[in-house]
Write a protein that binds this ligand. Sequence first.
Ligand code: NAD
Ligand code: ZN
Length: 358
Amino acid sequence: MAQAFRNLAVVPRVVFGRGSFEQLDGILSEVRDGGAPFVFLVDDVFARRDLGARLPLRGDDRLMWVNVDREPRTSHVDELVQRIRQDCGGLPRGIVGIGGGSVMDLAKAVSLLLTNPGSAADYQGWDLIRHRAVYHAGVPTLSGTGAEVSRTAVLIGPQRKLGINSDHTVFDQVVLDPELIRDAPDPQRFHTAMDCYFHCIEALAGTYLNAFSRAYGEKALDLCREVFLHERDESSDEKLMMASYCGGMSIAYSQVGACHAMSYGLSYVLGLRHGLANCVAFNQLEEFYRAGVHEFRRMLELQRIELPQGVTHEASAAQLEKMIDVALSLDPLWLNCLGPDWKDRMTRDRARELYSRM
Ligand code: NAD
Ligand code: ZN
């Protein structure tokens, strides 16, 4: 029988709270079997920060700093998998990813490719993974993407930017410690947080919406408003971290829309980071999300964030066409945004006009 309702895979173990990072050692020790080591993939922004010294490395555990100045690629995953296999002489006991969405996605993908043959690019798509991953834990240091709860690991591949979507992608454990996002600088903190805001706006306005998605989406949206329509206070990081979690849960049972579709084109062709690309795209999508765009502009103003203007103005005609190809290839996103006759309403000309304003 066809599956009518999604049987959602969720993260089975979650620890939340200020200072909860200190518990990671104990959590891993319950999983250790005395043999294979853990590999810590950690965002290299922490190489010279206090967090680097607080990593609970034991025995033969390996620490690999990862650089995510560019968003993760399938080739980066393949390299890491090869290095880990060589270094550990086999499978590690598990992977711990510590960083923003990029490092968390790398950690998820590496854990999958350690047990599934071939290249990460072979698995970009839906449910192509055959074997369960090695144990993998995620520790966010930026909040907004929802990568800590999602069933995807988004990667730039040889053909396009697309996630490895599977039940096996989901982390076995996440550690949500608001202290770890405290020092994330603006505008990065804001851009990443807005990913959550847009997830919710797109899901709540979408045709895929159901009560599960709405419940989490509305809560996440409220939390984003509490954080960004007010001055920052000591509760902001906790709220933002929970917004990201709820936003991720909301989107897991619905879908994003026009903003993410257009944003993917900007990232793929112009290399804009996801959070920034979303902000640039969303700002021009009044015709889809009028109230949301106005509220977003208020947040920009209150948080004193300036968006770059004219990011597509230097793009060649060929680049513009490629952006349109990428955006319009994302059927489910447009279906969610505009319904089954989306192709009549979202033409190449309309997409070109929107891009030319960004
Ligand atoms: P990121 O992980 O790409 O990091 C952005 C920058 O911030 C990097 O330079 C990083 O080194 C730095 N950084 C991270 N934590 C920091 C901290 N605490 N202090 C200072 N600097 C810090 O940013 P992101 O917005 O969290 O993630 C974006 C990525 O997530 C994209 O690749 C996107 O495709 C992906 N994504 C994944 C999902 C999913 O469900 N898997 C959802 C949305 C987006
Ligand atoms: Zn997103």
